[in-house]
Write a protein that binds this ligand. Structure first.
Ligand code: HGY
Ligand code: MN
Ligand code: MN
Length: 410
C-alpha cells in the first residue's frame, strides 16, 4: 500500500469523539468543558491518556498547552496540527475536539503502517481557545506564539472571579515548558466550519485562506437604582435601558454595514436584577467581527459614539474595557494550495473560504506557515448541542489532514 492509499479509520475516530463528548456531557448530546474547569481537566486527562497509548511524548507548557510529539527520522522543526478541547457552556462535540482527535487518528494510522516521517509530528491542544470563561479567546495559542505575556494571561480573571493561574494550578496543568518562540515547520488545523457555507453549497472541504478580525469589548453602565413604580420616567437613570439600546444598535449597525460585518451582544448582566428596581448597573459584552480591518475599526467607533451619547442622555456613566482584539489573518498561500490539491486528489469537492470563527491557527500563522481545513456543519449550527457533521464528512476531513501531514512531514 502506498502512502497515497493510506486512510483513517472513521469508526475509531467516531469512538474517540463519542468518548470525549461524555466528559462534561449535557442534555442533547453536547458537552460543557469551560476552560480550566474540572470537566476540562478530565477531558485533558483522557486525551493525554490516548496520546501516551499512541507512544507520543507528552509535554505541558506554562499556560497549560499540551503537546504530543511523535519522533521523526531527523530532529528538524516539527510539523504541528492541533486545536482545542475546551468548549463553551452549550458546546457541541466537534468544535475543537474533532481537530485534536483527528490528529491522534493520523498518528495511529502512521503507527500501524510503521511509517517514520522525516520530521517530528506534534499533536497539540491549546488552553482556553473559547475565551468564554477567561478573556481573550485563543489565549493558550496566543501566549505560545509570544503574543500575550504569560504573567498577563495567568492574571486574567474569569467571569467567575477566579484567575487563570489559580485554576491552572488547581487542575494540575501549570506545566514546566516555557512559552514564547516555538520553532515549527508548518501548522495545520482541521475544524468544523461552524457556519452554513459548505453545507449550503454541498461542498465537502473548505481550504481556509483567511480569518476575520475580532473585537470583544465590555461596557459597564452605571445609573441610579430607584423604585420601578414611584420614579417618574423623566427622572430615571436606567442602566438597563442603555444596555438594551446598545444591543439593538449593534444589530442595526451590522445590517447597515452589510458585507462581512457581524455584531453580537451575547451577555448582559443587570444589577440588582430585580423586577421592581430600576437597574443601577449593566455590564454588556459586544462581539464585532469583519474581514476588513478598516471597517471593523469604523464599527468600533460607531458603537463607542452611540453608547457615549445614549448613556449621557440617560444620565448614566459608561466605562469600557477591551476583552480581545485580533486583526484579520491571511493564511499561507502554499499551505492553502496544498490543502486544495490534496482534497481534489482524494476526489472531494473543495472551495477556498474565510473563517467567521476565531481559531488557534490564526495565532500559529504568526510563527509558521499555517492554514485550516474545514468540513461542513449541518445547518451551520455551532456553539449549540445540535452541532453536527456527517461521518462521511468527518472522514473526508481527517483523510485530507492525513495526506497533507504525510506530505509536509516528508
Ligand atoms: O469566538 C470564537 O470565534 C471562537 O469560538 N473562540
Ligand atoms: Mn473551535
Ligand atoms: Mn468555539
Amino acid at each position: 500500500m502506498t502512502r497515497a492509499d493510506l486512510r483513517i479509520d472513521i469508526v475509531r475516530l467516531l469512538a474517540r469523539l463519542d468518548r470525549l463528548a461524555e466528559v462534561g456531557a449535557i442534555e442533547g448530546g453536547g458537552n460543557a468543558r469551560l476552560a480550566l474547569s474540572d470537566q476540562d481537566r478530565d477531558g485533558r486527562d483522557l486525551v493525554i491518556g490516548w496520546m501516551r497509548d499512541l507512544g507520543l511524548a507528552v509535554t505541558v507548557d506554562a499556560i497549560g498547552n499540551v503537546f504530543g510529539r511523535r519522533r521523526g527520522r531527523h530532529d528538524s522543526a516539527p510539523l504541528m496540527t492541533g486545536s482545542h478541547i475546551d468548549t463553551v457552556r452549550t458546546g457541541g462535540r466537534y468544535d475543537g475536539n474533532y481537530g485534536v482527535l483527528a490528529g491522534l487518528e493520523v498518528v495511529e494510522v502512521l503507527n500501524q503502517a510503521a511509517i517514520e516521517t522525516e520530521r517530528p509530528i506534534i499533536i497539540a491542544f491549546f488552553t482556553n481557545e473559547e475565551g468564554a470563561r477567561f478573556h481573550p479567546d485563543m489565549m493558550g495559542s496566543l501566549v505560545y506564539v509570544g503574543g500575550l505575556p504569560l504573567d498577563e494571561a495567568l492574571a486574567a480573571k474569569g467571569i467567575d472571579g477566579k484567575t487563570v493561574g489559580d485554576e491552572l494550578r488547581r487542575i494540575g496543568y501549570a506545566g514546566p515548558e516555557p512559552v514564547g518562540r516555538p520553532d515549527l515547520h508548518r501548522f495545520v488545523e482541521l475544524h468544523i466550519e461552524q457556519g452554513p457555507v459548505l453545507d449550503r453549497e454541498g461542498v465537502t472541504i473548505g481550504a481556509v485562506d483567511s480569518l476575520q478580525g475580532i473585537s470583544w469589548t465590555e461596557f459597564t453602565l452605571k445609573g441610579t437604582p430607584n423604585h420601578a413604580g414611584t420614579t417618574p420616567m423623566r427622572l430615571r437613570h436606567d442602566a438597563g435601558y442603555v444596555a438594551a439600546s446598545l444591543t439593538t444598535f449593534v444589530r442595526r449597525l451590522a445590517n447597515e454595514f452589510g458585507g462581512n460585518q457581524v455584531g453580537t451582544v451575547g451577555s448582559i448582566k443587570l444589577f440588582p436584577d430585580l423586577i421592581n428596581v430600576i437597574p443601577n448597573k449593566a455590564v454588556v459584552a459586544v462581539d464585532l467581527r469583519n474581514t476588513d480591518e478598516a471597517k471593523l475599526k469604523e464599527a468600533e467607533g460607531r458603537v463607542a459614539a452611540f453608547i457615549g451619547e445614549t448613556a449621557k442622555a440617560e444620565g448614566c456613566t459608561v466605562e469600557w474595557r477591551r476583552l480581545a482584539r485580533f486583526e484579520p489573518v491571511i493564511f499561507d498561500a502554499g499551505m492553502v494550495a496544498t490543502i486544495e490539491r490534496t482534497a481534489k486528489d482524494l476526489g472531494f469537492s473543495v472551495r477556498r473560504m474565510t473563517s467567521g470563527a476565531g481559531h488557534d491557527a490564526q495565532m500559529m500563522q504568526r510563527v509558521a506557515p499555517t492554514a485550516m481545513i474545514f468540513v461542513p456543519s449541518v445547518g451551520g449550527i455551532s456553539h449549540n448541542v445540535r452541532e453536527f457533521t456527517k461521518p462521511e464528512d468527518l472522514e473526508a476531513g481527517a483523510n485530507v489532514l492525513l495526506q497533507v501531514m504525510l506530505e509536509l512531514a516528508g
